[in-house]
Ligand binder design. Structure first.
Ligand code: GLY
Length: 343
């Protein structure tokens, strides 16, 4: 169930029906979002659990710390965990809650654009493991997702652009009007993106088929994000998706007959809305190796979501390694000239 700012009374009622309330925050949301959350919900009787911020902490050690705090504070089966934060907080909090005493309720309160339109919705929870993103996890739905775009007022522009990429992705997989989204994003567009995601996840909650289309741009995007995970040059998830769409379009031309005008269209859109990244030193073979480990692949073959035209996605397209390399070179060429960005 997705609740919006006008439904805050319903949210408060849902919270109050639990025996103990825990609020999970990270080093950012404790300062920038918790005061607004109090102001909106007026909850007072709860235990705060703070974890460090960032993808580097999205691991089983942090989950153990959450479980320890739940035990130490006598959380029972009727306790509630409220995940106040971005995708890392909702993924990890959802996972911790779903395993604790075989499952307690949790509510996601996404505070970034990316988590509003993607991570907090649809029931994916989990942590990174052995350098692989979201390798350990469960499908488990929150009792509710509370979406309030007031949280975006404190969000850095880089984070907003990251969320924007996941919205523009819908332009290719389900509704071309998402190509028109601008920052700052209106609540109306956020709601439309959530509706678009729910329409897909409700048909295929466990990603047996259709849900895979949500991964358009993610095969290469995820690999680049993982490759840079521990580097100074790290990339936000949406930034990696925005970049990953470029090779996906090249492959879409080759495998699905996509008209070449769409790659041109997207490259112009990319330069208008997103940032330059220096990917000249990418080790392409290392990227391919990461793609092989992608959960969406099987039997050593690398599968992509591609489009034959916008709004017509195709999943599980097996792509030859030589074509992936060529599409990556196409990406590196596109990013080659820094001076043509930001114009
Ligand atoms: N982020 C893609 C999905 O939820 O399936």
């Amino acid at each position: 169930m997705v609740l919006y700012s006008g439904d805050v009374g319903q949210l408060s009622q849902m919270i109050d029906s639990h025996s103990r309330i825990f609020v999970l925050v990270d080093g950012n949301t404790i300062n920038f979002c918790l005061p607004l959350f109090f102001e909106k919900t007026r909850i007072s009787n709860f235990t705060l659990i703070e974890i460090p911020s960032g993808e580097n902490c999205k691991n089983l050690d942090t989950v153990q710390k959450i479980w320890s705090q739940l035990v130490e504070n006598h959380a029972d089966r009727n306790s509630l965990l409220i995940n106040l934060g971005g995708g890392v907080v909702s993924d990890m909090g959802g996972f911790a809650a779903s395993c604790y005493q075989r499952g307690i309720g949790f509510i996601n309160v996404p505070t970034t654009l990316l988590s509003m339109v993607d991570a907090a919705v649809g029931g994916k929870t989990g942590v990174d493991f052995q350098g692989l993103k979201n390798q350990i996890g469960l499908f488990s739905n929150p009792l509710a997702v509370y979406v309030d775009t007031d949280f975006l007022l404190t969000l850095p522009v880089r984070e907003q652009k990251s969320g924007l990429a996941e919205m523009i992705k819908y332009g290719f997989i389900s509704d071309k009007s998402f190509f028109d989204v601008q920052l700052p994003v209106s609540q109306e567009f956020v709601k439309r993106a959530i509706d678009a995601k729910e329409k897909i996840t409700q048909k295929d909650p466990n990603e047996a088929g259709l849900r895979k289309v949500l991964n358009f741009g993610h095969t290469v995007g995820h690999a680049i994000e993982t490759y840079l995970l521990d580097s100074q040059n790290y990339m936000l998830h949406g930034e990696a998706v925005a970049i990953g769409i470029i090779p996906a379009l090249w492959l879409s031309e080759k495998y699905c007959g996509l008209d070449t005008k769409w790659a041109g269209f997207y490259k112009t859109l990319y330069k208008d809305k997103f940032d330059y990244f220096n990917l000249k030193d990418l080790n392409l073979n290392a990227l391919i190796e990461i793609m092989r480990h992608d959960k969406k692949n099987a039997d050593g073959k690398i599968r992509f979501v591609l489009v034959s035209e916008p709004e017509k996605p195709h999943y599980d397209i097996v792509v030859e390694e030589c074509d992936i390399i060529e599409s990556l070179n196409y990406l590196v060429d596109f990013l080659g000239d820094e001076s043509s960005f930001g114009k």
